[in-house]
Design a protein around this ligand. Structure first.
Ligand SMILES: NC(=O)c1ccc[n+]([C@@H]2O[C@H](COP(=O)([O-])OP(=O)(O)OC[C@H]3O[C@@H](n4cnc5c(N)ncnc54)[C@H](OP(=O)(O)O)[C@@H]3O)[C@@H](O)[C@H]2O)c1
Length: 292
């Protein structure tokens, strides 16, 4: 048997993999990397060896670190790997009041494909109310890879007519809130939404550190933020972003205020010392990828 990570030895959502391997009379297991999870960390390997199963460890280490980067990051930093996807117009705007796209079709296609690489996608209630998005992956054959959707909605302003509610029975969707409106919560539950109520605080708004702690407990390794300037600013302020997909478009958005969002985002990229990982073109847009 060939595995990327050491087979687990503990009871989690399922029973230990090593028990199944032993039961199946597998004679040799080739393991890429030892599982850094303190609940496993060598115990799986020991159990296999005790049963006289041949074990080889340390194959394709770098490649495995890359594909499991979210998981390794979660164990090390006690939080999921968090990326944000930002689209910015030539005059520095993230919001188009005319509800037209900021980026080209190819950029949006890539952005949609990206969703499938993440366990969860997180947004704020303003984006949900203004854009009425589905936040799923619509690439052919990849719909089932759509991430769990999480909406931050401190005051429970979500409305029943939204697409996200209409699809909540098909795609797992959580609303994180500090509101305790029992009647509305029961109604939303019936529509398929799962509501998580957080403690009230001085800001009368969800605390992002609590939100991330909850997402870690929920088992997410990779989280994608798809939100507007305000929620992005909060993520950056709390230094929670690990990677940025920054789409710079040639489109101009009519607006009296110039450059504010661009200035804010680019100041964060500089202040938090993000490094440019790559740069590529999608039609007239440039996608710059930054990582810590
Ligand atoms: N260009 C882009 O890349 C892009 C991407 C997505 C969206 N957008 C645009 O962005 C606009 C909305 O931007 P936005 O930033 O105001 O809305 P947002 O993405 O919905 O995020 C802000 C909302 O999240 C909620 N929130 C909960 N906890 C928060 C916290 N700790 N910090 C900050 N917000 C928190 C707030 O509402 P409560 O306090 O009521 O919960 C707040 O109204 C829309 O017009 C949309 O089209 C642009």
């Amino acid at each position: 048997m060939y595995t990327t990570l050491e087979p687990c030895s503990h009871y989690g959502k399922t029973s230990p993999c090593v028990n199944q391997i032993i039961k199946s009379r597998i004679k040799r297991v080739v393991i890429g990397l030892k599982d850094p999870n303190p609940k496993v960390n060598g115990r799986g390997i020991d159990k296999l060896k005790k049963k006289k199963i041949k074990v080889t460890i340390g194959i394709l280490k770098d490649e495995i670190k890359k594909i499991h980067s979210g998981f390794f990051n979660k164990i090390k930093n006690k939080k999921p790997f968090i990326s944000t996807k930002i689209a910015i117009s030539i005059n520095g705007k993230m919001i188009n009041n005319k509800k037209k796209w900021i980026t080209s079709e190819s950029s949006r296609e890539y952005g949609n494909f990206l969703r499938a690489k993440y366990d969860a996608i997180i947004t704020g209630i303003n984006t949900v109310l203004y854009d009425n998005p589905l936040l799923n992956c619509r690439h052919q054959g990849m719909i089932n890879l759509s991430p769990v959707r999480i909406i931050l909605d401190s005051k429970l302003r979500i409305r029943e007519s939204l697409k996200i509610i209409k699809t909540a029975k098909k795609i797992k969707t959580y609303v994180f809130t500090i509101s305790n409106e029992k009647k509305k919560i029961m109604k939303l539950n019936r529509l398929g939404l799962k509501i998580k109520i957080f403690n009230q605080n001085r800001e009368e708004r969800l605390n992002l550190k609590d939100v991330i702690l909850e997402m870690t407990k929920m088992g997410f390794n990779n989280v994608l933020v798809e939100a507007g300037p305000n929620l992005n600013a909060s993520f950056f302020k709390n230094n929670l972003i690990d990677k940025i997909y920054y789409f710079k478009s040639k489109n101009f958005i009519n607006s009296k205020v110039l450059d504010t969002e661009k200035k804010l985002m680019e100041a964060n990229i500089k202040k938090l010392k993000f490094k440019t990982l790559s740069s590529r073109q999608y039609e007239d847009d440039v996608l710059k990828i930054y990582e810590k």
